[in-house]
Ligand binder design. Structure first.
Ligand code: T3D
Length: 261
């Protein structure tokens, strides 16, 4: 598959998607949203891929929607439709993908760029990075799933403050607030991400994927429903190669050799 606005690279079980419009701090155009969505789809279908990484080229992760593209739109344009056809597909694709996604946040993640960062399962963040809900600066509400992800991660008061101030939240604060998993020195970011990704790509992919499904479903269910769903998924995992292998390896006091099934 050919891409112009992103770089897609898959090897050793890891697919890396690099947002690649550095001259605009990786602002999302319609084309880049579509390419990123298709790249996630491709990685989801590729049985060899067991972990994904999304990052940005240059000094930013992403500055969100490309405002020059917004300016160039004709008067009859519907933002709602643009969101439904574009960002919604991307965010839903990321959440539905039953493989772990690491956001390697190399610099600022603003606007919808912050939404995409929040849709990753794990965020490993450069100490130079920051998060900014730039929307209110241009008279918009947060979108791309931010109103769903962010209050759950950091609580309503902090999320609402981020939205109405549009302040840049530095990596260290994001870590303290529970928005990200790790903050590392900038020059160690990709090395740290590669180590995590390598380890996840040789893990029990089926269990990782179904854990993601169970936790996402768990937001909206009662305890009874959550327990029942866990039992259902455990039935599936309990019949997997990796479950037998994990138990066998434990009893033989050796490292498990997971195949992801
Ligand atoms: O309409 C819809 O589709 C609805 C969807 C909305 C989703 C959204 O994401 S809305 C929010 C859109 N994003 C923003 O409002 C952020 C705009 N950018 C900034 O506020 C700043 O650039 C940053 C705080 C992110 C970084 O600031 P700084 O000082 O480090 O960099 P800079 O000098 O502002 O930007 C560097 C270049 O990138 C610059 O171009 P130039 O002058 O070197 O040719 C700048 O114009 C360009 N750039 C940055 N952000 C965008 C952008 N170009 C187009 N769109 C951008 N979002």
């Amino acid at each position: 598959m050919q891409f112009e606005n992103i770089i897609y690279n898959a090897h050793s079980g890891i697919a890396t998607i690099t947002l690649n419009r550095p001259q605009t701090l990786n602002a999302f155009t319609e084309q880049m949203i579509d390419e990123t969505t298709r790249a996630f789809k491709q990685a989801g279908r590729d049985k060899m891929v067991r972990c994904l990484v999304i990052t940005g080229n240059g000094r930013a992760f992403s500055s969100g929607q490309d405002l020059a593209e917004v300016q160039a739109r004709a008067g009859q344009f519907s933002i709602g439709e643009h969101l439904r056809k574009g960002y919604h597909q991307l965010i839903k694709q990321m959440v539905a993908l039953e493989k772990p996604i690491i956001g390697a946040i190399n610099g600022i993640a603003a606007g919808a760029g912050c939404g995409v960062a929040l849709a990753a399962d794990i965020r490993i963040v450069s100490d130079k990075a920051s998060f900014m809900l730039a929307f209110s600066k241009i008279g918009l509400v947060p979108d791309s799933g931010i109103n769903w992800f962010l209050p759950r991660l950091i609580g309503y008061a902090r999320a609402y403050e981020m939205a109405i101030t549009a302040d840049k939240i530095p990596a260290a604060t994001a870590l303290e607030w529970g928005m990200v998993n790790r903050v590392v020195p900038h020059e160690q970011l990709m090395e740290t991400v590669s180590a995590w990704a390598g380890s996840l790509a040789s893990g029990p992919t089926l269990a990782y994927g179904l854990t993601k499904r169970a936790m996402n479903k768990g937001w909206d269910t009662s305890l009874d429903e959550a327990l029942e769903y866990e039992a259902h998924l455990q039935e599936v995992c309990g019949r997997s190669h990796d479950n037998s292998e994990g138990i066998q390896a434990f009893l033989e006091k050796r490292e498990a050799r997971f195949i992801g099934k």
